[in-house]
Structure formats: C-alpha cells, structure tokens
Design a protein around this ligand. Structure first.
Ligand code: NAD
Ligand code: ZN
Ligand code: ZN
Length: 344
C-alpha cells in the first residue's frame, strides 16, 4: 500500500478545493481505515465549504459524508467490523454512546457527536478514518456508487418522512427535488403516501413525475401554497422541506394541513418568518430532523438493497470536484453526483 493518497481539501472557505497528495492516516485505537470506492456530493458539502453555519469546521478539512469503501486497516481493540467489509462513513461520524440522547436512540443530537466531512475528515479522499461503531453496513447487492447517496440523502429523507407521522393514503409534500428530494419521493411511495413534489426547475419536476409523484408544483409559477392546498384537498398531512432556500420554508408551513407536521431538513443559513396565528389555530407542528439514527440507516439501506429505492447518479472523478460543487450550488445537478474512486 502506498503511503500517500489524493484528497480534495478546503483550505479557505469559499475558495476552490485544493487537490493534493497527503499521507494516508493511520488508524489509532478504536479506529478503522476505509479505502474509498465512492462518495456522494451533498449540498451540505457546499455549506461546509462556504462556512455557512454558526459552528464552522476547522480549516483545513476534507469534506464528504457519503463515502463508501472497504475496511483495510484497524487500530487496536476493534471488533465491530472485519477486514474487507464494505461500510459507509456518514455524517454521524460518532457519538458518545452514554448521554440521555444516545441511550434513547436519538444519537444524532448527542452533544459530543462528530460529523464526517465537517468536524472529521470525510470522503473526498482515497482513504477515510472511521469509528467502527458508527459506520453504515452496506448490504450486498447494492453497488458502492449507488449506496453512497443513501447514507445521507436517503436516510435523511426516510427519517424526515417518518417524523411527519403521515400515514399510508395521506399526502406528503416534498419541497426541493434534488439529491435528497428525488429519494424522498421514492421512500414516500414505498410507504404508501400520495406525493406532491415542489421545485423551481421544470426538469426536476419532470423527473419527479417519472419517479411517481402524484402532483408536481413549480414554486415559481403562481402561488405554490394555494396550488398545493387545492391539489391535496386542504394541504399535505406531512411536509418535508429539503430546499436550500429560505423562501421554501414559509411556503412549506403554509402547505401543511390542519394538525399536520412540517419537517425542516434543508439548512440554508438564516431564519424564516412563521405565521404564528395560522400555526397555532391550525395546530400545526414544525419540527427539525437531522440525518437519522443507525437503525434508520439500516432500514434506509435495506429498501435500496431490495431495489425499492434507487439513487439516480452521475459519476465523476475526484479531480472534477470543483466543477461538481459549482454546478450543485447553482442547481445544475440532475439528482446526485457520486465521485467514483474505482474508475477515475
Ligand atoms: P440539492 O442541491 O441536490 O437539491 C436542492 C433542490 O432544491 C434543487 O432541486 C433545487 O432546484 C431545489 N430548490 C431550490 N430552491 C427552491 C425553492 N425555493 N423551492 C423549491 N425547491 C427549491 O441539495 P440536497 O443535497 O438535496 O440538500 C438540500 C438541503 O438539505 C441542503 O441545505 C443540505 O445542507 C440539507 N441537508 C440536511 C440534512 C439534515 O440532516 N437535515 C441532511 C442532508 C442535507
Ligand atoms: Zn448530506
Ligand atoms: Zn451521546
């Protein structure tokens, strides 16, 4: 094994990532080393690269939290995974395991959680260090490139839909039909929901139709809140907002049916106004949802391994990362770009 690896590194917020060779990290006690086969590019990587959020990553760092690969080396004391096993290194890189949230299967909000490609180096590199207790187990029967989007976009939307509490036969509205949203439509259909897809791009909406959306709405044409309320007979029982745009959030609350739940997933920096009287008098729940637990991950991957949910992917080499991020930022990626480390 060569001791050097290629990596795409954020050295300054907002400046192009630097493609460089650096030492392959050596797993310490309780750590594993994963040889990357594929890594999806999520809109969160844009926020990380720009330093959009209140707590910023420490520079320099390697983004990427949809990395899939095989375990090639161990530190001492690792028993949870075997050499050669295929794993994913997700956003929830690790958690403490003993706080009230970890003990009650809500580990994504652990105060000591580390985040892949953010507080820990991620998958835009040929090797990734990982915590064996928090890696995703990739079922056989799903290719690494197709598994990659499931470990963030998939699990996040699968969990978000569950958090709405919408039941089979009810309506779910999904705002933002990009990497997350195109998988959300498929999970929602598998879960027996009627799906209303909202985006600002007609190409994304045509794709939503092909994926089974029952109603599609362009948020730039007329009043999308009225259109959704009319099309669903009074609003969607569950709303999942993945759009990285503040305007979509107020609209999403307006699209929520009385007593329904609006789940916030997109993370554009800032705040949005909430129509207090409407939310109170209609008994609407607004809640945040942050990726998913390890159990949600196993469930989300199982649907993909069974072929019930399939990520639409465009493969690119690591060397194209700056063009890919630029396109993603401007809405010019059809669904998900996956960096392919085996052919590139
Ligand atoms: P993406 O760029 O692939 O897709 C975003 C989609 O939203 C695009 O199709 C775009 O056309 C659409 N859009 C933009 N403005 C819109 C508007 N006003 N109304 C409706 N649609 C609009 O991004 P992605 O990778 O799917 O990520 C989306 C967001 O979710 C990002 O902010 C990301 O950080 C966040 N995210 C959150 C979690 C979480 O755990 N909560 C996990 C992953 C990603
Ligand atoms: Zn992500
Ligand atoms: Zn904890």
């Amino acid at each position: 094994m060569s001791r050097r690896m290629k990596a795409a590194v954020v050295e300054q917020f907002g400046a192009p990532l630097v493609l460089r060779e650096q030492d392959i990290p050596i797993p310490g006690s309780g750590q594993i080393l994963v040889k990357t086969e594929a890594c999806g590019v999520c809109h969160t990587d844009i926020h990380a690269w720009h330093g959009d959020w209140p707590t910023k990553p420490t520079l320099p760092f390697i983004p990427g939290h949809e990395g899939i690969g095989t375990v090639v080396a161990f530190g001492s004391g690792v028993t949870a995974v075997k050499e050669g096993e295929r794993v994913g290194v997700p956003w929830l890189y690790s958690a403490c395991g003993h706080c009230e949230y970890c003990l009650s299967a809500r580990e994504t909000v652990c105060g000591e959680a580390q985040f892949g490609g953010y507080t820990k180096n991620g998958g835009f590199a040929e090797y990734i260090l990982a915590d064996p207790n928090y890696v995703a187990r990739i079922p056989s029967g799903i290719k690494p490139t197709e598994a990659a989007p499931i470990i963030c976009a998939g699990v996040t939307t699968y969990k978000g839909i569950k958090e709405t509490g919408a039941k089979p036969g009810e309506w779910i509205a999904i705002s933002g039909i990009g990497g997350l949203g195109h998988l959300a439509i498929q999970y929602a259909k598998v879960m027996g929901l009627y799906v209303c897809a909202i985006d600002i791009d007609d190409g994304k909406l045509a794709h939503a139709k092909r994926l089974g959306a029952d109603l599609v709405v362009n948020a730039k044409a007329g009043d999308p809140v009225e259109t959704v309320r009319n099309g669903t007979g009074g609003g969607a029982h569950g709303v999942v907002i993945t759009a990285p745009s503040l305007g979509a959030f107020k609209q999403g609350v307006g699209m929520t049916r009385k007593c329904g739940t609006c789940v916030l997933i997109g993370l554009p920096p800032g705040e949005f106004p909430t129509p207090l009287f409407d939310v109170v008098s209609n008994c609407i729940t607004i809640r945040g949802s942050f990726v998913g637990t390890r159990q949600d991950m196993a469930e989300a991957l199982a649907f993909a391994a069974e072929g019930k949910v399939k990520a639409d992917i465009e493969l690119q080499p690591l060397s194209a990362i700056n063009q890919v991020l630029e396109r993603l930022q401007h809405g010019n990626v059809a669904s998900r770009v996956v960096l392919d480390f085996l052919n590139g």
